[in-house]
Design a protein around this ligand. Structure first.
Ligand code: TXA
Ligand code: MG
Length: 322
């Protein structure tokens, strides 16, 4: 890949991971792969680096960030764990699950990264490159998805470059992300609550807890997570959901057996597999945009398992823009 001055792209290996850890130590911004999507990392304890991170993404407000750590021991240094939270961490970390927990006062995550909240979102990503980087750096790394604010999250280094070229110091290329949608967020600020459906199915979490998760209040009442705001994961094209067949001028985003159609078509999973569909979702939305499609008809996706996260992102992609 051709890097503009200012942003280096390096294949993931021992040397690039070392360079990335060194850059983080100096307050640099490093994009790196996780199993969900690419993250844009900064030293969680360095307020100035965190401020640069918000600026690079063009976040309109300071929204709290997820602190990424290499293991549960490191997570314990920044947050207090309730027994139920501990159960989930034991069952699913490393993995696509973020826990919102009371922060430790001496946890080393800057107030700016927490947007002044007394809770902190933590996760241990299940990706060898992310884990190696976290170990090499030796402290918490805050990392939102490595896209411009409001865009679709990146699932490849090329996606990161198309959004953030020239705005970040280094991109570690570790190939495509296996899960493809962001982590599931469960808050322990009160009763365990699903704040964002994501790469870990709600059903799996509820099985371990032994009871259903509470449902988050709507974004209109309290935007606890910006991912809950309407029109957050937006491609440029207009999006029409639950389409049975494309209309004139539309491109097709299919799921399962697709109607025959001569126009631009991308299929999330021809065999109707929700895990495969999640992995393809954001790259297909980006590819549809790149094709110049002005409107996208999306076939319906079942609402179980990872379908909950897929439908959540599609609903946002279809939400009215301002
Ligand atoms: O899969 C992921 O979670 C990816 C990868 C890079 O790890 N990261 C990611 O980060 O999606 P981001 O910043 O795009 O989304 C984090 C979400 C935001 O909606 C934010 O509001 C919410 O987590 N969040 C962070 N801290 C929170 C807190 N203390 N309470 C409630 N929500 C919080
Ligand atoms: Mg994001």
């Amino acid at each position: 890949m051709n890097a503009e001055p200012g942003t280096r792209v390096l294949k993931a290996d021992d040397a690039s991971i070392k360079a990335a850890a060194a850059s983080l130590r100096l307050g640099g911004l490093v994009a790196f792969p996780t199993e969900t999507v690419y993250g844009l990392g900064a030293d969680a304890g360095n307020g100035e680096a965190v401020a640069r991170l918000y600026a690079a993404k063009g976040r309109p407000a300071f929204n709290p960030l997820i602190a990424h750590v290499a293991d549960i021991e490191a997570a314990r240094h920044i947050a207090f764990f309730y027994p139920d939270a501990q159960k989930l961490a034991d069952a699913f970390w490393p993995g696509p699950l973020t826990l919102v927990l009371p922060k430790r006062p001496d946890g080393g995550v800057s107030d700016l990264a927490l947007a002044g909240l007394d809770t902190v979102a933590v996760r241990v990503p299940d990706h060898p490159v992310a884990l190696a980087l976290l170990r090499a750096f030796g402290g918490p790394v805050v990392a939102p998805s490595a896209n411009r604010s409001g865009h679709v999250s990146p699932t490849s280094a090329a996606h990161v470059m198309s959004d953030l070229r020239g705005r970040v110091d280094l991109v570690i290329d570790g190939g495509a992300c296996a899960v493809g949608v962001e982590s599931t967020i469960v808050s322990f600020a009160g009763a365990p609550t699903l704040l964002r459906p994501g790469g870990l199915a709600r059903e799996a979490i509820e099985r371990v807890l032994g009871h259903p998760l509470a449902v988050a209040v709507t974004a209109e009442e309290a935007p606890l997570a910006p991912g809950m705001l309407a029109s957050h994961y937006a491609p440029k094209a207009r999006v029409r959901l639950d389409a049975e067949a494309p209309r004139d001028g539309e491109a097709l985003l299919a799921f399962g057996p697709a109607p025959s159609f001569s126009g631009t078509t991308f299929n999330l999973s021809p065999r109707g597999d929700l895990v495969e569909a999640a992995a393809n979702l954001f790259s297909h939305l980006r590819a549809l945009d790149a094709s110049g499609a002005k409107a996208i008809a999306v076939m319906s996706v079942p609402h179980e398992g990872l379908g909950e996260a897929i439908n959540d992102r599609l609903a946002r992609a279809a939400a009215p823009r301002n």
